[in-house]
Design a protein around this ligand. Structure first.
Ligand code: NAI
Ligand SMILES: N[C@@H](CC=O)C(=O)O
Ligand code: NA
Length: 431
């Protein structure tokens, strides 16, 4: 419960893209937030690296401090939006152990070491909320953690990284190079401080681990997530996708597989008519399949300071209400303890493009290599290779099979003497 004046003392750690917008909402919406929380939310300080650095004018410079520890010690609610592992982790633990509730947007930390933080919150009897950590403004953590607590989730599939969705979209519709589109995403405040976290899939993998943990009541760490980023996606992949009625998206998937779960992040072809194909720019979308609810879709802005601040403030109001009225949000639910299965167990489909010698009998050899692995082909087409009359390009899409069978098939095909090169291998999802 709140002591003294009755105001809830809020400390903000980090004043970058998200922190500045959190400060703006706390400052400009004070009266509404107080009415909703049941007490004024008093911004008691903002921890920054450099108190002298230029700031947006909404930031009251008198509140800036480089002493984050003292700030944490005097707060009822700590908002961590500095990112990274340390000192964020130490400060969050200090806050929780000192009796403050914590709101964080830090998926990297939750994906790596969430259980330590959940345990500290549980032991101290305070809240740890993190709606902003997955898919920005979209309410997805709370629906999965609370609204679906009475159901059995079977699959989570979505676009959970705004930067890579923006980049792939710009490559598809604007014809931009990856580097050029990434620079724009950085400028717009979508990218992580180190954008390799976005383009190499680490950010999406952390979010997938968080979602899988919540959906399956199981601890899933980022190390258990199969991860491929978008750096290998070429302009040719995108052109081929368009020609065959697909869009390339970086997907996060978490699904039950036998008695376990498979969690994976990778680029995939999505049919143009699938709702995920129309998720443009920095928007995100998550499909959740649950046994009783059926299919649910969550859509909205997945990145950017202002949308993310909305999710942060929603959590701040919730934990402040608990400080004012008593009560507490849910603790970590991990009773199911489903084992993490490798990506080789996932059932998917591949689109493979081979450069082959352009002579009779080639198709039969390729077909046989596929059949020997128990895989079957749904569509196959052949075109003359643009750069050399001796070769042809074979483009095929398989029926569903395990990732193990499909990758072995590609490996076998690449060994055939008639196969000159494997030009592209992409999974196909959402069919
Ligand atoms: N930008 C976005 O669209 C979203 C970001 N997030 C998460 O929100 C967090 C913040 O992200 P951004 O605001 O975009 O990053 P940012 O890099 O713009 O801001 C972080 C700020 O924290 C400060 N900081 C870092 N270490 C500090 C320390 N030891 N003491 C004091 N200040 C320190 C930095 O100087 C910087 O100003 C990250 O965890 C990020 O993953 C989550 C959802 C969306
Ligand atoms: N860098 C992240 C920010 C939000 O989580 C993204 O692009 O999605
Ligand atoms: Na969210």
């Amino acid at each position: 419960m709140v002591a003294g004046s009755g105001a809830v003392r809020v400390a903000v750690l980090g004043c970058g893209v998200v922190g500045t917008e959190v400060v703006r909402l706390l400052t400009q919406q004070g009266a509404d937030l107080a009415a909703r929380a049941g007490a004024p939310l008093e911004l008691v300080g903002i921890a920054v690296r450099d108190v002298a650095a230029p700031r947006d004018q909404v930031v009251d410079r008198a509140l800036l401090t480089s002493d984050a520890e003292s700030l944490v010690d005097g707060a009822d609610v700590v908002v961590e939006v500095m990112g990274g592992i340390e000192p964020a982790r130490g400060l969050i633990l200090r806050a929780l152990r000192g009796g403050a509730s914590v709101v964080t947007a830090n998926k990297e930390l939750l994906g790596k070491d969430g259980p330590t933080l959940y345990a500290a919150a549980d032991e101290a009897g305070v809240d740890l909320y993190f709606e902003a950590a997955v898919a920005g403004a979209i309410p997805i953590v709370r629906p999965v953690r609370e609204s679906l607590a009475g159901d059995r989730v079977t699959r989570v599939l979505g676009i959970v990284n705004g930067t890579t969705n923006y980049v792939l979209d710009q490559m598809t519709s604007g014809g931009l190079e990856l580097g050029e589109a990434l620079a724009q995403a950085q400028e717009l405040g979508f990218a992580e401080a180190d954008p390799t976290a976005d383009v190499e899939g680490h950010d999406a993998a952390a979010k997938a681990a968080i979602l899988a943990s919540l959906a399956f009541h199981t601890r899933v760490s980022v190390a258990q997530v199969h991860r491929e980023g978008i750096m290998a996606v070429t302009a040719d992949d995108i052109a081929r996708a368009t020609a065959t009625g697909h869009v390339v998206k970086l997907l996060a998937l978490a699904e039950r597989s036998g008695d376990g779960v498979v969690v994976r992040v990778h680029p995939a072809l999505v049919p143009q008519e699938h709702p995920l194909a129309s998720v443009r720019g920095s928007f995100n979308a998550v499909f959740v399949q649950a046994e009783a609810a059926g299919e649910l879709m969550f859509y909205g802005r997945g990145a950017g300071g202002v949308p993310t601040a909305s999710a942060v403030l929603g959590d701040v109001v919730t934990v402040a209400r608990h400080k004012v009225n008593g009560g507490k949000g849910p603790i970590e639910s991990r009773y199911a303890q489903l084992p993490a299965r490798p990506v080789s167990d996932a059932v998917t489909r591949y689109q493979v493009v081979l450069r082959v010698e352009d002579r009779p009998g080639v198709l039969a050899q390729v077909w046989q290599a596929v059949a020997e692995r128990g895989v079957s082909i749904e569509t196959i087409s052949q075109s003359r290779a643009e750069d050399d009359g001796e070769y042809a390009d074979l483009q095929m899409v398989t029926h569903a099979a395990t990732d193990a069978a499909l990758s072995s098939t590609v490996s076998d095909m690449s060994e055939l003497s008639v196969v000159v090169d494997v030009l592209s291998v992409l999974r196909v999802e959402g069919v």
